[in-house]
Design a protein around this ligand. Sequence first.
Ligand code: GDP
Ligand code: ZN
Length: 315
Amino acid sequence: MTGIVYKSTGSWYTVKTPSGETYDCRIKGKFRLKGIKSTNPIAVGDEVDFEVETLDNVTTGVIHHIHYRKNYIVRKSVNLSKQTHIIASNIDQVFLLITINNPPTLTSFIDRFLVTAEAYAIKTVLLFNKIDVYDEETILEVRYLASIYRAIGYECIGISAETGKNVDKVKALMLGKVSMFAGHSGVGKSTLVNAIEPTLDLKTKAISSQHMQGQHTTTFAEMFDLSFDARIIDTPGIKGFGVVDMEKVEIGDYFPEFFALKQDCKFNNCLHVEEPKCAVKAALDRDEIAFSRYRSYLQILEGEDEHYRTDIWDK
Ligand code: GDP
Ligand code: ZN
């Protein structure tokens, strides 16, 4: 049998088959994926093959194979520095909720998020929330930001989770897909999920209402089927979108507008800073690259030593 992992609690996995049956599954023996050193061999979102076993009238499954993951997000475990914990896999898209104020979302945060999502090969859609309360000036700021991100290929939608404005557009994008919601605490993630599916009571809600008190809380990601053809992965209490170790020369590859110009730079290892005949700096001088994007790039570039670390899910 084949199914998708919806939930993982310690050594048991809830696996759902295409016909909608769920099985509690264990893993057969030692089970390690090549190339990934993680504390958990299987994560929510994984597609797995399993055998059904019935013992004393109790039916369970034994997982013996995991399918190729198109992507996955990780968290470095605190104790074992070399090991990672896979939070979830096979994510079709992340909706990044952005508010101009209450709370403010800085472009540096948006850009770090996008770099990480690009590195993980996860599509991001930007949702500018709370447009119902913005004055004219703030709406202009939303339009300006949206124009920057649209120009480089990110879909942007102005929404109000509170009034329901454009929530139908978000639902349309979710059809047939596995989605996640991200953004600072207070941007409206639970309000939006509630507007999308009122009967779903996500744990994110419980945690944000306790004011994110538990760094120590053990939390598990969980996948939910919605009443329309869509699935979401809820990641309660997860602060980091993960950690990406990247070389300095790689960072520019995750800025799509830089990447598109890279072959025109004189040096193929150009960092787009002081190098002569740099196509990115030339585009910046012609105002074809947003200054805020370039500034974010420099901030990331000047980050911790050779590698850059992100911790951006929710601060
Ligand atoms: P979360 O921490 O991201 O889950 O944010 P919440 O969904 O808990 O929302 C934080 C606060 O913002 C709550 O008081 C919501 O009622 C409010 N809020 C969320 N979305 C909107 C919106 O579209 N418009 C307005 N005016 N308030 C909103
Ligand atoms: Zn360059």
